[in-house]
Design a binder for this molecule. Structure first.
Ligand code: ADP
Ligand code: MG
Length: 257
């Protein structure tokens, strides 16, 4: 891990109608860092990730990717977003892996992976294909190039979506409950791939309910509840010695399982 900050979110606020879903959230992610975000359902974790990945707009706050400022408060304290060009550039700096894979169902595995590198990054086709094959091998998916998503297990589909995200050479990868749709057996394969990426110092922000995984793989854990960061800290400290009552109550539920 270095001192270089890849993602910086400051004083983020987001409401849907009357419901304040993010209430002044600040989160920065350093290069090489793995941050796990945990917390009860409805706490705002997905909204946080969707705001960080420009799928939702902040009402207020600042969001920067290294030197690229995507949003910043205007004089009235409302988040003002950068130009389309800047946002387009910002979007090449991160990848997002969803709970439900979100692969293109009618594209082959290979086409799912090379589509954005070829059409967005304008990579030469040969180069994109070679990189995709390399990534598939790394995900343990040799020989699946020409299949379509429905021919693969959920765990394999999720590994294709990780390969697809990596094909863009992002600085940082965001995961929103990458294993929540999977059986325990398939979960293991996906967690192993993410562990390997952590070993390679890939910068990642992972929303997860896998507490053992979070404790072992993350550098830092952020506990979110009710739209605020209740507590954050070094992974083992937070899991083994939660300070806040809400964190303690949340973790106690996992121990019962
Ligand atoms: P988590 O991922 O921690 O379960 P979410 O970020 O999905 O939490 O949701 C937080 C709250 O925001 C929930 O009450 C949810 O119903 C609400 N919410 C999320 N997205 C929307 C939306 N697009 N429109 C209205 N309400 C939303
Ligand atoms: Mg969610």
């Amino acid at each position: 891990m270095t001192d270089e900050t890849l993602v910086q979110l400051e004083h983020a606020k987001k409401s849907f109608g009357d419901a304040a879903v993010l209430k002044d959230i600040s989160l920065s992610v350093r290069k090489g860092e793995v941050v796990a975000v945990i917390g009860p359902s409805g706490g705002g974790k997905s909204t946080l990730l969707r705001c960080c990945t420009l799928l939702e707009t902040l009402d207020a706050g600042r969001l920067a990717f290294g030197d690229l400022v995507a949003a910043e408060n205007d004089g009235a304290g409302r988040a003002a977003y950068a130009s389309k060009d800047v946002l387009k550039q910002a979007k090449t700096r991160f990848g997002l892996v969803f709970q439900n894979f979100n692969l293109f169902p009618h594209y082959t595995v290979l086409k799912n992976i090379v589509d954005a590198p070829i059409h967005v990054l304008k990579q030469p086709k040969d180069q994109a294909l070679a990189h995709a094959r390399e990534l598939l091998a790394k995900m343990g998916l040799d020989g699946k190039e020409d299949m379509v998503p429905c021919e693969l297990s959920g765990g394999q589909q999720q590994r294709v979506s990780i390969a697809r995200a990596l094909a863009m050479d992002p600085d940082v990868l965001f995961f929103d409950e990458p294993t929540s749709a999977l059986d325990p057996e398939l979960t293991k394969d996906v967690l192993k791939v993410i562990r390997d990426l952590a070993e390679e110092d890939m910068t990642m922000v992972i929303v997860t309910h896998e507490m053992n995984f979070a404790r072992d793989v993350a550098d830092r854990i952020v506990f979110m509840d009710g739209g605020v960061i209740v507590e954050e800290g070094a992974a083992a400290d937070l899991i083994n010695h939660p300070q806040h009552r809400r964190t303690q109550a949340f973790l106690a539920k996992y121990e019962e399982d």
